[in-house]
Write a protein that binds this ligand. Structure first.
Ligand SMILES: *Cc1c(COP(=O)(O)O)cnc(C)c1O
Length: 386
């Protein structure tokens, strides 16, 4: 599946994106959505302009978490009325940008933020559409650093404050309350976690109706659907059907209510690989290291979240098969955490081999840094078959 011939002249490391897989993923999503369902792509997963354009062309909306992402989304062709904007720390200029562009809604995370948005909207003579991000205190079976839906996390408004914040919205002349927003975390593979969120939302909706609040036109359940990092070949497209069906089955929507999703990783994760070259094989008394020219500056997920990426020796695939050996696959950066994977079985590997770090389409290129004065990795795209 990798065009090794084409890779020969290219400076490593670089990202390689399978745009056909992205196209297939997007058409699966579009085939599953009912008329009242809206998918917003979480731009923070990968903001490469070509990828953004392809997603915008497929008709998805954009979920942004900064003014920079709003700009990137607009430039890529996402219409402003399909842009939602979340984040615990929105700066004044970012709020103004959202207001001036007329984005669909601000997902608001606190009363102070609500008041600032109201003031800035008044200055610009606009009304801000607002969803309140409620912290549902629902745990998710995922890495602690990517859980967001527990009271101990910094995100969202406490459930107990929901009614009072909605009332506050109605007192603010330039705020239009249009719904509730949630997001419990990332890389979630247990549909029961999304079921738990659905049941919590049902509870909250009943509470609101009891309190006479009937203005919840939109329910945004966030994103978080995980991907199969161990078997990208076997599961190139995540199970969007199970994911959407979970909400369809358990979330009790009111007539006319619109359901919004914000998926990032599940849309772009499997389309990307980081391609690197083996610089050295180094052995000591207890270890065999495979030292790559790609490091944590190109793909930080293993160092940041203990994440696993499948490693494939592409050059060895063209040679005769050998007994696998155990390698610690590491980068060149001067940090002990610059390790991709330890005790990893690879076929006999030598200097000059090309390797692929799979499932690197999400939270890969976008998180790259220039630490150690390294060059940012470039991106290359497959040619679409269709
Ligand atoms: C990060 C984020 C997402 C996307 O999460 P994925 O796990 O990549 O699907 C969606 N919504 C919000 C508010 C986020 O912060």
């Amino acid at each position: 599946m990798f065009p090794l011939q084409q890779f020969q002249g290219i400076q490593t490391p670089f990202y390689y994106y399978d745009t056909q897989l992205l196209a297939d993923t997007l058409s699966v999503i579009n085939s599953l959505l009912d008329d009242n369902m809206h998918m917003h792509y979480a731009v923070k997963a990968n903001a490469n302009p070509r990828i953004l354009s392809q997603i915008a062309e497929a008709g998805l909306g954009a979920d942004c978490v900064s003014g920079g992402e709003i700009r990137a989304a607009l430039e890529a062709g996402f219409p402003a009325e399909k842009i939602v904007y979340a984040g615990v720390g929105k700066s004044d200029w970012e709020i103004r940008l959202g207001l001036e562009q007329g984005i669909f809604c601000f997902n608001v995370e606190s009363i102070p933020e609500l008041e600032v948005i109201n003031d800035l909207a008044a200055e610009l003579n606009r009304t801000a559409s607002v969803c309140l991000r409620i912290n549902p205190n629902v745990g998710a079976h995922t890495h602690a650093n990517i859980q967001t839906g527990l009271s101990e996390n910094k995100f969202g408004i406490d459930m107990q404050d929901m009614e009072s914040v909605i009332r506050r919205c109605s007192e603010l002349a330039n705020i239009n309350f249009i719904g509730l927003h949630f997001h419990i975390g990332s890389q979630i593979l247990e549909m029961d976690d999304f079921k738990a969120l659905s049941l919590r939302i049902n509870e909250l909706q009943e509470r609101l109706e009891t309190a006479g609040i009937l203005s919840v036109r939109n329910i945004n359940v966030g994103g978080g659907l995980g991907i199969d990092y161990s078997d990208p070949e076997g599961h190139p497209i995540p199970d969007f059907k199970a994911y959407i069906d979970t909400y369809r089955q358990h979330l009790h929507l009111r007539p006319g209510q619109q359901l919004h999703f914000e998926c990032g990783r599940s849309i772009v994760g499997q389309m990307g690989s980081l391609i690197a070259r083996v610089l050295y094989i180094k052995e000591n008394a207890i270890k065999r290291f495979c030292i790559l020219d790609a490091g944590m500056t190109d793909l930080i997920r293993p160092a940041l979240y203990d994440a696993y990426h499948k490693v494939e020796n592409l050059s060895a695939m063209e040679r005769e098969e050998t007994e696998p050996l155990l390698y610690d696959v590491v980068g060149p950066v001067c940090e002990s955490s610059d390790v991709f994977v330890k005790y990893y079985a690879l076929p006999f590997t030598q200097r000059g081999d090309l390797v692929a770090l799979r499932s690197a389409g999400a939270y890969g290129e976008i998180m790259a840094s220039q630490y150690n004065c390294r060059t940012l990795p470039k991106a290359y795209f497959s040619l679409n078959k269709k």
